[in-house]
Write a protein that binds this ligand. Structure first.
Ligand code: SF4
Length: 376
């Protein structure tokens, strides 16, 4: 037929086989994984339909909402090239030391009442000294005694002693991302190694903490690097896998980027689900920026989202995220119903808008003379 080109698309059995393999606990091969990421013979919709069977078996239609508390921002002595808080970064961020305990407690309350399943506290820095571990332990204990919420901590490199103390205080999970493959790691950070990261995860697991570890896609890595991280996390048995898609913050030092399209991001999430069928796979930073109008499709492989923004960047409104979950027929795993938290979020946002609308906002020069620059 003139003008119509036929491509050798995969048969339905191919997609079914992928799902069956994952459902039976078998790992996909490197070749199959690479095809999922790169082959134009594999179409996105049948792929998502197939991976949804795996997600549904372990998570039903539940979505866990995580809210992050950036409890200390900036002044980190490490040089992670993607990070706005690194010593080498010139990004324009608000540096502040560790928040007061009462501020952290108030934010834990807010997270709990917003329907969060898990409250994640993030502290910048290489890793906590013993005095900081004491403080963290005290805060974790208070949160666990006050709110029925899961607590996750991200505080850099942790040794065996610190892991034991944090577990004793009630910590549920320790976050420490692998970020990229072992081979590529030296290209994104020189002040610590991939092995340092693995050692932290091992210390956490040896002391009974669940681990949360994921990656940042978009940092110049190849599909093989992505596959290596997905397989490594399978080997480690990471209970939780946050998948970040690089937000290129001006002033950070990363120079090499991997182009990210919504289609490629969805294939990455799908691959992680196939290889880590039971994990709480979370679409983390970059959801709005890289998935754009296709972010709802991410719920078919992923079972968790961040709400209320990320470390140094904002995300969509809380109500928009909750509405997206509801509209797609999913629900949230929380102490409140999805409708309850959605209504609360809408009411809060309306109140905020009303108070903003009642304030006089003076026009700036660029509002008054928008074409000034182009005329001069
Ligand atoms: S250790 Fe953490 S806070 Fe410090 S530069 Fe690396 S990612 Fe940023």
């Amino acid at each position: 037929m003139p003008g119509v080109s036929f491509v050798a698309m995969k048969s339905w059995t191919f997609y079914e086989d992928l799902a069956q393999k994952s459902l039976s606990g078998e790992a996909l091969s490197v070749q199959e994984s690479k095809e999922i990421l790169t082959s134009s013979d594999i179409e996105l919709l049948p792929l998502l339909h197939s991976v949804f069977q795996v997600r549904q078996k372990h998570w039903g239609k539940d979505v866990t909402i995580h809210i992050i508390n950036n409890a200390q921002n900036g002044n980190c002595p490490e040089d992670c090239a993607y990070c706005a808080q690194a010593k080498t970064s010139e990004a324009d961020i608000e540096d502040y030391p560790v928040k007061e305990e009462e501020e952290i407690m108030a934010e834990a309350k807010r997270a709990y009442e917003s329907g969060a399943y898990r409250y994640c506290m993030v502290f910048s820095g290489r890793g906590p000294r013993p005095k900081r571990v004491d403080t963290l332990s005290r805060i974790i204990k208070r949160i666990k005694e006050t709110y029925p919420i899961q607590v996750c901590l991200s505080a850099g490199l942790i040794d065996d002693t610190a892991a034991k103390q944090l577990k004793h205080a009630g910590l549920d999970r320790l976050n420490h991302n692998l970020n990229t493959s072992e081979d590529h790691y030296k290209n994104i950070c020189t002040t610590h190694t991939f092995k340092d990261r693995l050692d932290t995860l091992t210390a956490a697991q040896n002391n009974g903490l669940e681990i949360c570890s994921g990656m940042i896609a978009g940092m110049g890595e190849t599909p093989e690097d992505v596959i290596e991280v997905a397989m490594k996390l399978r080997q480690l048995g990471s209970k939780s896998i946050p998948l970040n898609f690089l937000l290129p913050i001006p002033g950070t030092t990363l120079k090499t980027f991997t182009p990210l399209t919504p289609d490629y991001c969805l294939r990455i999430i799908t691959l992680f689900r196939y290889l880590n069928p039971e994990a709480e796979i979370r679409i983390a930073a970059g959801r709005e920026f890289h998935l754009r109008n296709m972010q709802v499709l991410g719920l078919y492989p992923a079972s968790s989202l961040f709400m209320d923004g990320y470390l140094n960047t904002t995300g969509t409104n809380t109500s928009e995220t909750l509405q997206m979950i509801k509209d797609a027929g999913f629900t949230i795993r929380a102490n409140f119903s999805l409708d309850e938290v959605l209504q609360k979020a809408k009411a809060e946002e309306e109140q905020q808008q009303a108070s903003q609308a009642s304030q006089l906002v003076m026009k700036q020069l660029q509002d008054l003379r928008p074409t000034l620059k182009s005329c001069s």
